[in-house]
Write a protein that binds this ligand. Structure first.
Ligand SMILES: Nc1ncnc2c1ncn2[C@@H]1O[C@H](COP(=O)(O)OP(=O)(O)OP(=O)(O)O)[C@@H](O)[C@H]1O
Ligand SMILES: [Mg+2]
Length: 262
């Protein structure tokens, strides 16, 4: 099983759009996928039509609730979801005195009696707090969506450093699956320049696939459907199918050291 944390501390970089739609295109390609929504904003959960219920991910973090108790089926065959809850915003505080709080999710996942999944994807919040650290501790790979805008590049070096520290201290087998350029608009010179810069500076770490700017991707959550159900033939569906294919072709990420990019 491949466990992928979808991370970027910068808000609005395409994490949720990528989590929701990559989960769907991997499932479409025959993979069994579990998506965990680790963001208190609950955008991925709402996208699949889930609102807060009683027991939720907060209880998995803070009491004896088992992970299998909070897994839900989605409209997409082979895709299951652990929805978020706004209570998750309080997890940081609730776990302030907990020893090894960053590995709670990993322990709970390992204790699941059955794991009928090929992929575990985790949509992280735009902070590198305890929720994202839990994702990075359980993950074998990190996928970093980056908006194709020059401002978005600034935080990237810092993020790679943080991932390097996590690798050193918490999760030695963590690798970078890839940096994913999102909202790419080939009509603008700026977008193309940022893409070139990304490929030059982070050579070998940027996916061949890119996600183009596509209004259908912004509309899809309002229709409570992943892009391949909302508009199967649009650019967004094409791009996320291509990304799924690329991930499946490159079975495991290249064993690159995460600190070698700078
Ligand atoms: N390829 C795209 N084309 C058009 N709009 C997009 C695309 N990708 C993302 N968006 C839009 O950009 C906004 C931010 O995207 P998204 O919610 O996926 O980012 P995020 O990193 O999850 O944000 P947050 O940090 O708040 O969790 C959303 O309004 C989304 O609809
Ligand atoms: Mg999000």
């Amino acid at each position: 099983m491949r466990t992928i944390a979808i991370v970027n501390q910068k808000g609005g970089s395409g994490k949720t759009t990528t989590s929701v739609n990559l989960a769907a295109t991997l499932a479409e390609a025959g993979q069994r996928v579990l998506l965990i929504d680790l963001d208190p904003q609950a955008s991925a959960s709402l996208w699949y039509g889930f609102k807060e219920k009683g027991k939720g991910l907060y209880d998995v973090f803070t009491d004896g609730t088992r992970m299998e108790e909070v897994i839900e089926a989605t409209s997409v065959e082979r895709l299951s979801l652990i929805p978020s809850s706004p209570l998750l915003a309080g997890v940081e505080k609730a776990l302030a005195n907990e020893v090894a709080a960053e590995s709670i999710l990993k322990d709970k996942f390992h204790n699941m009696p059955e794991k009928p999944y090929d992929f575990l994807l985790m949509d992280c919040p735009p902070t590198l707090g305890i929720l994202s650290l839990n994702a990075l501790t359980i993950a074998s790979e990190v996928l970093i969506p980056v908006e194709a805008h020059v401002m978005a590049l600034h935080g990237l070096v810092q993020l790679l450093k943080t991932i390097g520290v996590v690798k050193q201290r918490l999760n030695p087998t963590l690798e970078i699956a890839g940096i994913l350029p999102c909202r790419v608009d080939y009509r603008t010179k700026h977008s193309q320049e940022v893409l070139d810069q990304l490929r030059n500076r982070f050579e070998g770490k940027v996916f061949q696939s890119v996600i183009r700017e596509n209004i259908r991707l912004a509309e899809a959550p309002l229709h409570v459907k992943p892009i391949i159900e909302y508009d199967p033939l649009c650019n967004g569906s094409h791009d996320y199918r291509k990304l799924a294919k690329e991930l499946l072709t490159v079975q495991q990420p290249k064993p690159a050291t995460v600190t070698s990019a700078f």
